[in-house]
Design a binder for this molecule. Structure first.
Ligand SMILES: [Cu+2]
Length: 612
């Protein structure tokens, strides 16, 4: 672990202004070698406190990234100049943030944008007793005003890979996102860890523009291409020529025969769910989100938006007797059926070679696999550190802990923000007030219903079950909401949750006891797909007092309002989260900026979405 701690220092010095993310420049810049952890090594999820630190760890070490600057930028991901792009430190994807299990991570974010506030959310990070570091404007802080900064500092209590992204409206689809790795134990051996693989859809329009199409039509926004680590292919149309340029070179990597590589897959999409595969190579899946799992083999892995997988790939293609210059293989990102619509749907996003001199185009074909839009098989995701789930302390059958993701038509209704149809989970679509975040209202006894506050006042060891359906459940009929067979990647902040049940049929109370719920070490992660015709039942222990967003990670749906706030043990939040000095300062800076309409992009309307 000391070794990684030194790496953290080394990577800080790599930061700076550049147009190509240095972490993906070449393998030679990746000093991370071995990290060989024998299979079967006991893994532990470390609660806060040095007594639980991993052996020989660097407790007390602060991994510091002093300068993350958000600014506007023209991004060339696929040969089309996206002028409405935004990026951290002039790179898309943003710098690779690395820390070590047991460290503290400190990142100072500066807003160099013209018309927008910003934040960074650290996707999947536990934020135990540090909700003010979760980076959700309108919930855990006011947005960072232009020219101002905010320093995020939190304990790294998990390990694995993830991403960070702005949680300010639709900024992450426009480029404010990057990879993040917390080095720690691994569920299987490997010999070389590769830099992260960020898979994404890509739009040439600003997402703020596309969202208006989503709300008002005509039609729905369509994404233009598929990109891997910010690189994709697109054939420019005649009418677009003015914005067309030479595309960046396609992603390529040369592998050494017989070597075992760790690949960290991250789906950072706006709306697309991808199936990742490498022709003629088997994948050993060893981690889902921040949770190491019992390894299993497959030819393809479905990665929902916000989800991550660690996989180990042995460089042994099934046709390895071919001449070395002919051993070239497509890396593919295949849109799952019904979970994305892309104009130029070129799934071949990268090439694995064995001969660095070869320039041949791969001629391989993809494995025959099911492209249905459903999570990896439930039975495959078995955590190595088991959690056994206790009985529910809440009664989700009669309380509000039973939600239905649907689309409500608010046109002509008296709601303040009621125009258009909006996705919602509770009685209202989420609508936050940037200037009045939940964190500054923790003594409230009543709430604006548009904040979608769901109180969970239980004890440290209590379990809360949430039932999230894609149709009206038997116990909560909602007449005004319309339901569609759409899969939603549901993400919860502040917790890894267990998936008690994930079904393609409507929820029924009998499922709790008829064997359809699993309480014995169920899959555990921070994003789960809600099947379009059924439901997902998740559970977490109320052991982290704070306010935690639960939302769909399809950017359009989150902006529309498909989200709520879990208010966990309200009375214990302020006494446990430490200083709120920055919370006050960031709001004091935000208010005068936002109250000056000269700072608005649109002089008549500042906010047209939920805020997240
Ligand atoms: Cu959704």
């Amino acid at each position: 672990m000391k070794f990684f701690a030194r790496l953290c220092e080394a990577f800080t010095s790599l930061l700076g202004l550049a147009t190509i993310s240095p972490w993906q420049d070449s393998l030679s810049q990746q000093p991370l070698g071995g990290n060989l952890v024998p299979e079967g090594l006991p893994l532990a999820v470390r609660p806060k406190g040095p007594e639980f630190a991993p052996p020989n760890s660097s407790v007390g070490f602060v991994c510091s990234y002093p300068s993350m600057v958000a600014s506007q930028m023209t991004i060339n991901a696929d040969g089309y100049l996206k002028t409405g792009g935004q990026a951290f430190n002039g790179q898309y994807p943003g710098p690779w943030i690395e820390a070590c299990w047991g460290d503290e991570l400190e990142v100072t974010v500066t807003n160099d944008l013209q018309y927008n506030g910003t934040t960074i959310h650290w996707h999947g990070v536990r934020q135990l007793h540090t909700m003010q570091m979760d980076g959700v404007n309108g919930v855990t802080q006011c947005p960072i005003a232009p020219t101002k900064s905010y320093t995020y500092r939190f304990d790294v209590t998990q390990y694995g890979s993830s991403w960070y992204h702005s949680h300010y409206s639709l900024q992450y689809p426009d480029g404010l996102a990057g990879p993040m790795t917390f080095h720690g134990p691994s569920a299987a051996n490997y010999e070389e860890a590769l830099p992260p693989f960020l898979i994404s859809d890509w739009s040439h329009n600003s997402a703020f523009h596309d969202f208006h199409v989503e709300l008002a039509g005509p039609g729905r926004p369509i994404m233009q291409s598929i990109i891997l680590n910010g690189k994709g292919t697109y054939t420019c149309k005649e009418a677009e020529k003015v914005n067309c340029t030479t595309p960046p070179p396609i992603f390529q990597q040369t592998w050494k025969k017989g070597r075992k590589y760790l690949m960290r897959l991250i789906n950072t999409s706006t709306e697309s769910i991808f199936i990742f595969t490498i022709d003629n190579h088997m994948l050993q899946v060893i981690g889902s989100d921040f949770v190491p799992i019992k390894p299993y083999y497959t030819d393809s892995v479905l990665v929902g938006i916000g989800q991550r997988y660690h996989i180990v790939v042995e460089a042994r293609p099934s046709d390895e007797l071919l001449p070395i210059e002919d051993q070239n293989y497509w890396i593919r990102a295949v849109v799952a059926s019904g979970c994305g619509s892309i104009d130029q749907n070129n799934e071949t996003v990268g090439v694995i070679r064995y001969d660095p001199e070869s320039i041949k185009t791969p001629t391989t074909t993809r494995y025959q696999f099911n492209t249905s839009c459903s999570d990896e098989p439930y039975e495959s995701l078995v955590p190595i550190v088991p959690w056994n789930v206790g009985n529910h302390s809440n009664n989700m059958l009669v309380t509000n802990d039973n939600f239905a993701a649907g689309l409500t038509n608010y046109t002509g209704t008296p709601l303040p923000h009621g125009n258009f149809s909006r996705w919602d989970l509770t009685d209202f679509p989420l609508w936050l007030n940037f200037s009045n975040p939940t964190i500054t209202n923790l003594k409230n006894t009543s709430w604006n219903p548009e904040y979608c506050i769901i109180a969970e006042d239980y004890k440290e060891d209590d379990w809360v079950y949430l039932i999230i359906t894609a149709n009206a459940s038997v116990s909560k009929q909602i007449s005004s909401r319309n339901f569609f067979p759409v899969s939603h990647p549901i993400h919860l902040h502040g917790h890894d949750f267990v998936i008690l049940s994930q079904q393609t049929i409507p929820f029924d109370e009998s499922h709790l006891t008829n064997g359809m719920f699993n309480y014995d070490n169920p899959p555990r992660r921070d994003v789960a797909l809600l099947p379009g015709t059924g439901y997902v039942a998740i559970a977490f222990k109320t052991d982290n007092p704070g306010v935690w967003l639960l939302h769909c990670h399809i950017a359009w749906h989150a902006s529309s309002g498909l989200a709520l706030q879990i208010l966990e043990r309200q009375g214990e939040i302020l006494p446990t989260i430490g200083s709120l000095q920055q919370t006050e300062t960031v709001c004091e800076n935000w208010d005068p900026w936002v109250n000056n309409t000269a700072n608005w992009w649109n002089a008549t309307e500042f906010q047209d979405d939920s805020g997240i």
